[in-house]
Design a protein around this ligand. Structure first.
Ligand code: AOF
Ligand code: ZN
Length: 347
């Protein structure tokens, strides 16, 4: 690791302090270095509040060093007036001569403009240090801005013999394939994403609450695909406890503050329409939890970024077949008796 990488790695570490609080903004960290010493550090804490560079510059005790220093930022400094003024203007005003940037900001309002402005003002700008790591730090933000859709995670659990559910169920309760540790992990994941999506069959079969109960954090927005208006009126997803969006073929129910009903065309590519609507709702990430048919619809439309597949240790003998993803997992983990496969769509 060279010096530039070392300081950008520190920026990434600082940026992560903003985990969970920066939305819709990305996590960003910044350090200021003079003569081989870090003289200032900062990160973006919350949307509407100062950006990482502002906090780093403010933390410098001797501002007279700024015109000889290097500022490192994990993301291109912004060039626009958003909720806060442009960071590149602040860097220029403070006459910081060297700027090292992790990765370009793909937000259309910035997109290379920050780098251009800094260079025009005479700064020495280096771009693309630990670029992959800086990109991965804000994968959801970048996917949202570049692909005009949320980052999509598929999650399912299957038995040793490849079934996701039994063929018929006696009770409206989930049949557990995984152990309690895996189930808790899923609740943690729910707090990390902005939305959770299922089909009506899952609502009818399991009556899930789709909130995060076993882990402290935010509840995701619930999204249900209900082609034929089959959701039972007393389903947990319609309890108004958290925001819910229901997509169906025609509108039979009036939306309320927390439960929004929207119509889509089921003759067309459903997955594409759904992700476009989620984009309009400013949703940067979604975890799709089933059932098999809905997940397969997103796989077939090539609309997924990551899959997280649990393999439990039981066998059903018969049942509903798990979705098919012909890709080698990039990571395998043991969670007690379960196995967790992480499959990336990009490896
Ligand atoms: C930076 N440093 O720390 C962050 C940046 O509404 P605003 O003013 O907060 O601007 C938000 C946009 O600024 C956000 O979408 C992203 O493009 C960029 N975020 N930029 O220079 C930061 N958080
Ligand atoms: Zn900024």
């Amino acid at each position: 690791m060279n010096n530039h990488e070392y300081y950008i790695a520190r920026c990434i570490e600082l940026a992560k302090n903003g985990f969970g609080t920066t939305y819709p903004n990305p996590m960003v960290g910044s350090v200021i270095v003079y003569n081989g010493q870090i003289i200032g550090e900062g990160w973006h804490q919350k949307a509407g509040e100062p950006h990482a560079e502002v906090n780093a510059i403010r933390s410098v005790k001797d501002p007279s060093l700024l015109n000889k220093a290097t500022i490192y930022v994990s993301l291109e400094p912004c060039s626009h007036f958003g909720k806060t003024p442009p960071c590149c203007d602040l860097i220029i005003k403070n006459k910081i001569p060297n700027v090292v940037i992790g990765t370009v900001d793909s937000n259309i309002k910035v997109a290379g403009n920050g780098i251009k402005r800094l260079r025009e003002a005479g700064a020495n700008v280096i771009v693309g240090v630990l670029e992959k790591e800086c990109y991965e730090l804000n994968q959801r933000f970048f996917t949202f801005h570049e692909k005009k859709r949320p980052y999509i995670i598929l999650k399912w659990a299957e038995t040793q013999d490849g079934f996701i559910a039994p063929l018929t169920k006696k009770e409206q309760k989930p049949v557990w394939i995984t152990n309690s540790y895996s189930r808790q992990l899923v609740h943690k994941w729910r707090t990390e994403e902005q939305a959770i999506l299922v089909g009506t069959q899952t609502v009818i079969d399991d009556n899930p609450k789709l909130n995060a109960r076993d882990w402290e954090g935010n509840n995701p927005i619930r999204v249900v695909i209900d082609q034929n208006n089959r959701i039972p009126k007393n389903a947990h997803v319609l309890d108004n406890q958290t925001k819910t969006i229901v997509f169906s073929k025609n509108k039979t129910t009036v939306s309320s503050e927390n439960t929004i009903f929207e119509v889509i065309d089921f003759q067309e590519n459903i997955a594409q329409q759904i992700v476009e609507r989620l984009y309009q709702h400013q949703i940067q990430s979604v975890i799709i939890e089933g059932g098999a048919q809905i997940i397969q619809t997103f796989i077939d439309a090539a609309l997924w970024d990551e899959a997280r597949v649990f393999i439990g240790n039981s066998k059903f003998g018969t049942g509903i077949k798990a979705p098919v993803l012909n890709k080698t997992p990039s990571k395998k983990e043991k969670i007690g008796t379960d196995e967790l496969l992480i499959i990336s769509n990009y490896d």
